[in-house]
Design a binder for this molecule. Structure first.
Ligand SMILES: Nc1ncnc2c1ncn2[C@@H]1O[C@H](COP(=O)(O)OP(=O)(O)OP(=O)(O)O)[C@@H](O)[C@H]1O
Ligand SMILES: [Mg+2]
Length: 337
């Protein structure tokens, strides 16, 4: 693609020199049914190192859950290889599952157990020492902000708290090296979401590798060392947040608000700007123009001209969201492709 498109060449990933915990090579998955085959993963290569957080972004139906379920040993790959701590999950699922935990996208702790019983049950299942189980579970409940809920029945908790129980259960694994989180904060309130971020962030210190999926770009910006964008079952971009942002052929954006109450002079100015800067995005009362260099005197002058007419506008560097939308923004929906 030449200069006309919003994307440019490939970016290289900057990886910390840590040992690889998760390695995915040439992974493909085709769901077969009488109504036809559907390829959900098509040749995926991925690596996550100890203490590293990789965020997987992609539209609905891109193949994120399919990928995570194969890594978790819940779904057999059609082709390719997955190792966790060097152990092949397909050939040796039992030892591999001892060092990984997964929080599925759709999963509710259903059992008729209290929060404490629930966490204890799974901790023992994952090899926690029965002799020291009390302080072990206490520490997990404190860490996940569930200490006050310990005697409540899980099925009576709110959705957000149930999600937190799932996180506590996932962490209740003494030999944990890889944590898979499929949309860990969907349906979680903003404050609790930040609590989850802090929890996941703290896993770095324990050198746990984290692979998470999210539709919240902010979540990836906050947490991820690296981002992989998946579309139609393929990784279409991979690297640090900055590396992904730099794949756009423009470094800045000029955001203009209040499109519905522009004066004639304001409309004329915006028409002029739209001739000079490509429109990246328009929705409701807002549009974003693509600016090659947001720190240039010319761009600042344009911002000042908008302000002089009382138009609310802002100028700044492109966001991960801008890059993401350019990478996958083909107006496709779940069953497209
Ligand atoms: N059990 C299944 N049988 C057949 N097709 C499936 C099955 N599970 C998923 N698919 C299809 O595989 C593709 C990828 O689905 P997947 O759930 O992995 O996407 P996703 O990226 O997790 O989407 P979302 O963001 O909506 O959670 C979709 O086209 C989906 O319809
Ligand atoms: Mg999914």
């Amino acid at each position: 693609m030449a200069s006309g498109g919003p994307l440019r060449g490939t970016a290289t990933a900057d990886r910390p020199a840590e040992e690889t915990v998760l390695r995915v090579d040439g992974l493909s998955k085709t769901y077969r049914s009488r109504r036809g085959d559907r390829t959900a993963n098509a040749g995926i290569d991925l690596e996550v190192r100890a203490g590293e957080i990789l965020a997987l972004l992609g539209p609905n139906g891109a193949g994120k859950t399919t990928l995570l379920r194969q890594i978790a040993g819940q779904l057999l790959p059609s082709a390719g290889r997955i190792t966790i701590g060097g152990i092949d999950i397909v050939r040796h699922p039992i030892p591999a599952k001892e060092i990984l935990s997964v929080i599925p996208q759709e999963c509710e702790p259903k059992a008729n157990l209290t929060v404490e019983e629930h966490v204890r049950y799974f901790a023992l299942l994952k090899g926690a020492d029965p002799a020291g189980i009390r302080p072990y579970v206490d520490a997990l409940l404190t860490r996940t902000g569930l200490a006050a809920e310990r005697n409540r029945l899980v099925r009576e908790l709110s959705g957000g708290l149930r999600r937190r129980v799932l996180i506590a259960v996932a962490l209740a694994a003494p030999n944990l090296r890889l944590l898979l989180l499929d949309e860990p904060t969907t349906g979680v309130d903003p404050e609790a979401r930040r609590a989850v971020w802090q929890l996941v962030d703290a896993l770095r210190a324990e050198r746990i590798a984290v692979l998470l999926t999210t539709h919240y770009i902010e979540e990836a910006e906050y947490l991820a060392d690296r981002v992989a964008v998946i579309d139609h079952g393929r990784i279409v971009a991979e690297g640090s947040v900055d590396a992904i942002r730099q794949r756009l052929d423009h470094a800045g954006r000029l955001e203009v608000r209040g499109l519905d109450h522009l004066t004639p002079a304001g409309r004329a100015l915006l028409d002029e700007l739209e001739r000079r800067y490509p429109v990246g995005f328009r929705a409701g009362n807002t549009e974003r123009l693509r600016v090659a260099d947001p720190f240039s005197p010319a761009a600042s002058a344009d911002l000042a001209r908008l302000a002089a007419l009382g138009i609310v506008a802002s100028l700044g560097p492109v966001s991960l969201e801008d890059a993401y939308l350019a990478l996958v923004g083909n107006g496709r929906s779940e069953e497209g492709g």
